[in-house]
Design a protein around this ligand. Sequence first.
Ligand code: PHE
Length: 515
Amino acid sequence: MEKRSEWSSRFVFILAAIGSAVGLGNAWRFPGLAAKHGGGTFLLVYLAAMLVMGVPLLMMEISIARKLRKGAIESMRGMGRHCEPIGWAATANAFVIVCYYAVVFAWVILMFAFSWKFAGMTGNNDAASGLFFDLTQTTGLIEGAKIPIAVLLCLVAAWGAIFYCIRNGASSVSKVVKFTVFAPVVLLLIMAVKGCTMSGAADGLRMLFVPDLSALADPSLWVDAIGQVFYSLSIMMAIMFAYGSYLRDDADVAADALIIAFSDMAISVLSAIVMFTTMGGTGMLDKITASGIATAFIVYPQAIVNLTRFGWLNAVFGAIFYLMLITLAIDSAFSIVEGVSAAVSDKFHIQPKKVTIGICCIAGVISLLFVTRAGLAWLDIVDNWANSVNLILVGVLECVAVGWSRRVDLRCILHEVNRNAKRFKAPYWWFASSVKVVSPLLLAGLFIWNMVVLFSQKNGTYDENYPIWAQIAAGWVVSVLVFSSGYIAKIIVRVKKKKGFVEDEVVWVNEETKE
Ligand code: PHE
């Protein structure tokens, strides 16, 4: 076996993890949810969900992988052989997500490439919001198989960029994250300055920060906040296992996880400031929607063409906005591929680079589905199931597997977290109550809630505009495949064993701790 690649420094690990966490979800999902749930109220509930569930689970994933030096599949095997399929489910779900995340990334590149068109659209809201549909020719329905050539080129560029960044695992990632983490922050700051200097910005800031306590009564607030914490921190997606497994032994996991989580939240709030002040400044506050894609590609372009009287200046701000999204999305996109790649290459002892090439090719072909005219509709379905069914179930299973494992003492995992801690040590009561009880129960509640909404309020369909067969195929069938992937893999392992393959026995050794 070749030597496992390692982060070049602690700083680089933190940057890579922040890069993965900070993505399109921060830029558009977070502001949209804040608008839906009473501004400041959402911020507070999000903060609470992050402290109660997000941070402990982030610490758990990073420290398990650091000790075992394995990706998600083998790390879960370390919790007990029967836990391996959970690692597979997380990995398979991450694979599903990357197939369409790459397409959203490609759309952002497309909008960036055509942002000069905003110059001729000053004040013309219809033209601005139609640009995305003109370019992608997407119908929003399960109709049409044509792929526009410009979109195809952007998709190829997106996959090329993803592969380039992770071609040598942690060592090539180490080089790019120094740029891809800071660039969006600088661009966001430029946009925040522009937003805050517009008249009407104060209305936006008031809407964002003043809590509307009546929003607390809506249970979907809690559901959305917890879901966003998971999505945003990139946990339960095989990523943090992979990134943790490249960590050096002297890393201070407790402090690093806190830095990662709070930086992620800070960038979400900064994006929300940009969104709310810009929308306030252009008199469009009521148009922010909880659907990120609509906000970024349909609503925000309208704000762009109303920013100033000068078309070219608006086009420059449009270009800055989409460039910001490109730099935001790329490190999230490649982190998902890296998570899948590390997990599979550790399991089957295949050279990481070969696995990465294989994943990019297979996912690249599948992603073609999402750039057809019916692509947006397919993406909407797959995204819904991946996040509100698969991700949450993986979360429940992973917490139960780790928290209640007979082989692994939770105190030893905490010892891994705190081993090099200098200032902040995670307390046992907080860590254990989260991993064992609070997180699995809340996630299970969330899952049940989603199912009740799906079946009692929506007659079992996620969206009535899509045919039921499409929702079954891209939703339920994919979920079944995700959760059976571990069992399919077992068959593959059995066949490979006959050809001489030796499966690793990953064993977690409980050390004596005084924690
Ligand atoms: N955390 C990323 C975001 O907020 C999303 C993401 C999803 C990243 C899946 C990796 C994997 O956009």
